[in-house]
Structures are given as C-alpha cells and as structure tokens.
Design a protein around this ligand. Structure first.
Ligand code: FES
Length: 174
C-alpha cells in the first residue's frame, strides 16, 4: 500500500489540533456562565446579617435623637439590589456612648416618631416612650427594642434585627 503524502498527514493533524482548541475554548466559555447560574443559589437571601453603617459620628448631637434608614444589599434569586431594610433611632449620650433602637413599635409594628424633645411617640395607638426607650404611656407591651451598636473609626454601625410584636418579651425573629 502506498504511503499517504506528507501534506495529507499534516492537514489531518492540524484539523485535530483545531478541533481540540475549539473544544477547550467552548469548555472555558461555560465557566462564567456556570458561575452566574450557580452563585446566587449559594448566597443567603440578604446579606444584612452583619453590621450596617448607620451614620457618621459627627452627625450625632448629644441628647438629640436621629432617625436613620438602614440599607443593605438584597439578593432575590439572580437579582441584587440595594434597599432600605428598616429604620433606627440613634442617640448620643452624655458619656459619648451611642444607643440604637428600632423604629418599629412593639405594640403593632407602626413606625415610631419623635414626639417631643424628650419623648418618642407612636401615631397608631399613642404609645409614648422616653429617650432611653422605656414605655411611659399607651398600650406598648415593652420598651423600644435596642440594637447592637459599634463605632469604628468615625462611623456608627448597627446590627439590625426584627422582633416579635405585641408581646412583653423582646424576641428576635430575624
Ligand atoms: S402600633 Fe404603636 S401604639 Fe400601637
């Protein structure tokens, strides 16, 4: 049997090599696609489990409550967005420490406002709270809910949590 011409062998080898490169390129192209599809499934629904920046230290005036809305990155399936997850009342005390209390009324969940220089009030059923959160009037079954605060450099961070409403005990629900 006669040998194949040298050019035919070379062409076959080059075709094989081109096919191998094409297969490798196709395999590499699927890596980012797989990452996009699989990554959201492995992430928590919202990454608000930690501390959220609430304000700069310089924004707080001693004895004057400041309401701030906390934002966090929300993950819903493959959609990521930044949204407001809740509001808190910050207060700088005479010793320089900072307290944070949820703006959610423990009675039925309405949003607590500042009522006077020294009190907060809930517009729904007229509960009144002292600046330290103690319930002084109205149907609220407990004080305003306190939240963990940390000051790092010149920023105030709050660990936002939600609590069961309508009960005397402060019970975290998420
Ligand atoms: S919800 Fe606040 S007093 Fe009822």
């Amino acid at each position: 049997m006669p040998d194949a011409p040298a050019g035919t062998e070379r062409r076959g080898f080059l075709k094989l090599l081109a096919g191998a490169f094409a297969a490798l390129a196709a395999a590499l192209a699927t890596v980012p696609v797989l990452g996009t599809v699989v990554t959201p499934l492995m992430k928590p629904k919202a990454d608000d489990g930690g501390l959220l920046r609430a304000a700069g230290l310089g924004e707080l005036v001693e004895g004057v409550p400041k309401r701030v809305e906390l934002t966090s990155v929300l993950v819903d399936g493959w959609t990521r967005s930044v949204g407001i997850i809740g509001a808190v009342w910050l207060l700088k005390k005479p010793d320089g420490s900072i307290t944070a209390m949820s703006s959610v009324c423990p009675h039925s969940g309405c949003s607590i406002n500042q009522k006077s220089k020294s009190t907060y009030g809930c517009p729904c059923h007229d509960s009144t709270f002292e600046l330290d959160g103690k319930a002084s009037e109205g149907p609220s079954p407990r004080p305003m809910d306190t939240l963990e605060v940390q000051v790092k450099d010149k920023d105030v961070f709050v660990k936002y949590r939600r609590f069961k409403i309508g009960v005397p005990e402060k019970t975290e629900i998420g």
